[in-house]
Write a protein of this length. Structure first.
Length: 423
């Protein structure tokens, strides 16, 4: 390292190390120290050279196909040049003198500017598309300090609920880039939890834990990776006792809106068929989604479905039952005699898909309605038809508050009972 006079002031003159030849075209560097005092120059030379090296290291880090590393390198390079990284639209709004200062700091020439400098100082670095699953991978490193001193068992206890929250979200919404998560996505996830709370008698606390862990993972990665995203994570938690029954669809709404010609044409075939099957069976969406070919009996005098454990457990022993197929539900199952492979192993995304479609197309009777309301509508129609309580509970898969005697109504009897209530 040599300090030499250049013009009226002193400069640092030094060969560029071979390590940086790929990011620095000059073989020797003249670095102005802006002083004519040898003592001051000696004091300034070290930090000035260190800043230059830091910039070269940032450029090397950015010379990669890894979008996350390039984006992080752009931040580091901007810092090494004495600036804070800003996105291009933020740079464009800077006062004129600050904007010109950034432009002047870009290396190279006007005809051939240094592109890495330009990315870092003018906000041109491409923001990485971090998906939800990738966010969880990054989260473990970003929160490593929270695991220090924990035993293996404590680490599992800390990690597992976060893994579960991310797994649930991906099952319902998909493995989206964080930047693509919308308010509707979060409402669909919340709606899925609301239906699950009701179907499985879960507390609001179970859902809120999932929402808290999901939010923590996404917000931590957004902050620590400096993505500057506005994530729609607020006002989603449940109040205790909020898992109240979803309102039933009225008979008129089902007939005139849901079953109107073409109303459901935009739904994928399996989701559409499950919705139609629910109307006259009252079966839970997950029960229908898990049906296999041998549980769908169409060649009987009375076509029917068998709700029984197969690849997943039933909610309770009372959920094992047979339900006749009539009307639109029979037609739907005739077109899906092998079941619903798209949703068989995981029905999590089913309700979100259907509810989003119904909301988007104005097919929800009120904002509080969801797909699960078809199950309640089925039971309401049974009540209105004065169907015996034992029969109602057998069809719905509910417990009976007394001993069950006999086999209950036959399929033929159930078909006759349901006929006046069907669509």
């Amino acid at each position: 390292m040599a300090i030499k006079k250049r013009g009226k002031t002193l400069s640092l003159y030094k060969r560029v190390p071979k390590r940086y030849e790929s990011v620095e075209p000059r073989k020797f560097i003249w670095l102005a120290l802006h002083t004519d005092s040898p003592t001051v120059a000696e004091r300034k030379a070290g930090p000035a050279w260190d800043a230059l090296v830091e910039g070269w290291e940032a450029k090397l880090a950015g010379d990669t196909a890894d979008a996350e590393q390039r984006f992080s390198a752009a931040h580091d390079l901007a810092k090494a040049r004495g600036f804070r990284y800003l996105r291009a639209e933020q740079v464009a709004k800077l006062p004129k003198d600050e904007l010109l200062e950034r432009i002047a700091a870009v290396g190279g020439t006007d005809a051939d500017p240094d592109l890495r400098d330009a990315e870092a100082l003018l906000g041109g670095a491409q923001e990485p598309q971090i998906t939800v699953s990738r966010a969880l991978e990054l989260y473990w490193d970003l929160t490593a300090d929270q695991l220090r001193g924990k035993s293996d068992d404590q680490m599992r206890s800390w990690k597992n609920p976060r893994k579960k929250a991310i797994k649930n979200f991906i099952a319902v919404i998909g493995d989206k880039p964080l930047a693509d998560i919308t308010g509707d996505d979060m409402l669909d996830f919340r709606g899925w939890w609301l239906e699950r709370m009701e179907a499985q008698d879960l507390t609001a606390n179970s859902a809120n834990k999932d929402l808290i862990h999901l939010g923590n993972v996404l917000k931590t990665v957004n902050k620590m990776k400096r993505l500057n995203l506005v994530l729609p994570l607020s006002d989603l938690s449940f109040k205790e006792g909020e898992a109240r029954p979803r309102p039933p669809f009225s008979t008129g709404w089902i007939r005139n809106e849901l079953l109107a010609p073409g109303a459901l044409d935009g739904l994928n075939d399996e989701a559409k068929a499950i919705l139609l099957a629910m109307i006259n069976t009252g079966a839970r969406p997950s029960e229908l989604a898990s049906l296999t070919a041998d549980q769908i009996v169409l060649d009987s005098n009375v076509p029917y479905i068998k709700i029984e454990p197969h690849e997943r457990q039933l909610k309770s022993r009372n959920a094992r039952r047979v339900i006749p197929l009539i009307g639109v539900s029979l037609e739907a199952m005739r077109g899906n005699s092998e079941g619903f492979p798209r949703y068989r192993r995981t029905s999590a995304s089913l309700s979100a898909t259907v509810n989003k479609y119904l909301r988007t197309h104005g097919l929800l009777e009120t904002p509080a309605h969801t797909l699960y309301g078809l199950r309640h509508s089925f039971e309401d129609r049974l009540l209105a038809a004065d169907v015996d309580e034992r029969v109602r509970r057998d069809l719905m898969g509910h417990a009976l508050n007394r001993e069950r005697y006999g086999k209950g109504a036959s399929l033929e009897n159930l078909q006759v009972i349901l006929q006046p209530t069907c669509f």
